[in-house]
Design a protein around this ligand. Structure first.
Ligand SMILES: Cc1ncc(COP(=O)(O)O)c(C=O)c1O
Length: 384
């Protein structure tokens, strides 16, 4: 395995295909009709993934995922609104921070990092505070990999006449979200996650009526999704310099997404990756942080080995030298590390990653010699 092109087992940026990277080899004029068609086609395909063409607009936005989350809250929550933020990890905390920075009133409801928010809790909180106008949650909380019960929470929010904002950054494209059955004002994701594009643009599926009523809400010129959409609808162009190469790469990534079989196939591959990872790591004696029932097939958090010879930085460098990039843990109480299941990689790649992890831990004298049932130590892993 060369260190020049490691497999990224991280939740984005992640490993992309050669075709996707190749699509960035051309320069595009931002006013050019062909580029406008590319943008329109990307938005249309993104909307189709949630079956949202009749109910929602797709509003793309330059920047990383957080830019789009901030834009959604800033645009869709009126200045006198109040957001109930559901937290069970770092990205939920970031939602609250965004509300604080933007000066939107908010309250938080926090559960443990291994405890999904329940719809019953949301109902109780909505009944207790009628001033809440919006509920914001993370679908798959990437800081652990926990899955929150989105459809149940969405129904409760709707029943109480409140609006829902969903950060589906690391789940969109791999886990089903159907806009015809899951009511929401905003669902936010980005180019460089489960669609396997490159990072650089986010997008917000905004309820058409909610967006039409959002004129003047936003605190910021560049983050105003009402303006961004209005300009794009009128001219076909992005309001400010578009991330042309990112759009071209996403268009190519979407072609491959459909060739693979769309969401069901993407989900199946990631679920296979996740299972291969869990099986291999369990055989090494490494424990995952979450029980299977609440583990999304996106990223897995593992307890770090207890051995004093284990240091994440050393471990990371050793695994990287074997061709795989891991992710540090993001928990405050327990020492962990994370391994992503998403990107242009399959179960064979995940098994090779487990082998690299086993070797690295052995080299650090942290693990006993590999047992007979473990994957072979030789051989390179290449993405798909
Ligand atoms: C659930 C979730 N929300 C928000 C973000 C923030 O995205 P970014 O780092 O691209 O700003 C991420 C990034 O992985 C995420 O997983």
């Amino acid at each position: 395995m060369t260190t020049a092109a490691p497999i990224l087992l991280t939740p984005g940026p992640l490993t992309t295909s050669h075709r996707t990277r190749q699509a960035m080899m051309m320069d595009w004029g931002s006013w050019d009709e062909r580029f406008n068609q590319l943008t329109a086609s990307v938005c249309e395909q993104l909307l189709a993934i949630i079956d949202g063409a009749t109910s929602h607009h797709c509003v793309p936005l330059q920047g990383s995922g957080t830019f789009a989350v901030e834009a959604a809250i800033g645009t869709l929550v009126p200045r006198n609104g109040k957001v109930l933020v559901l937290v069970n990890g770092a990205y939920g905390k970031r939602l609250a921070k965004i509300c604080e920075v933007l000066g939107r009133d908010f309250s938080t409801f926090e559960t443990a990092e291994d405890e999904p928010t329940s719809a019953a809790d949301v109902e109780r909180l909505l009944l207790a505070d009628p001033s809440i106008t919006h509920v914001a949650l993370i679908h798959c909380e990437t800081s652990t990999g926990i899955l929150n019960p989105l459809p149940d929470i969405a129904q409760v929010v709707k029943q109480h006449g409140k609006r829902l904002i969903i950060d589906a950054m690391s789940s969109f494209g791999a886990l089903t979200i159907d806009a015809r059955h899951v009511p929401f004002d905003a669902l936010i994701a980005a180019s460089g996650k489960c669609l396997e594009g490159v990072p650089g643009m986010g997008f917000v599926f905004a309820d058409k009526q909610a967006l039409a009523a959002a004129e003047g809400n936003c605190h910021s010129l560049a983050m105003d999704l009402f303006d961004q959409h209005a300009y794009m609808a009128k001219t076909g162009q992005w309001r400010f310099t578009p991330p042309t190469h990112v759009v071209a790469a996403l268009h190519e990534a979407l072609l491959q997404y459909h060739e693979e079989g769309g969401l069901p196939a993407r989900h199946q591959r990631y679920a296979g990756n996740c299972q291969a990872l869990l099986d291999g790591m369990t055989a090494l004696g490494l424990r995952s942080f979450l029980p299977g029932a609440i583990q999304a097939p996106i990223i897995v958090t593992f307890h770090a080995p207890k051995d004093p010879r284990y240091q994440f930085k050393d471990f990371y460098e050793r695994v990287k030298a074997k061709g795989f990039i891991l992710y540090p843990g993001k928990l405050t109480q327990v020492e962990t590390f994370r391994v992503g299941c998403i990107g242009h990689v399959d179960a064979a790649g995940m098994r090779a990653a487990v082998t690299a992890i086993a070797q690295a831990l052995q080299d650090m004298n942290v693990l006993e010699p590999l047992g007979a049932g473990l994957p072979a130590i030789t051989g390179d892993a290449v993405p798909l």
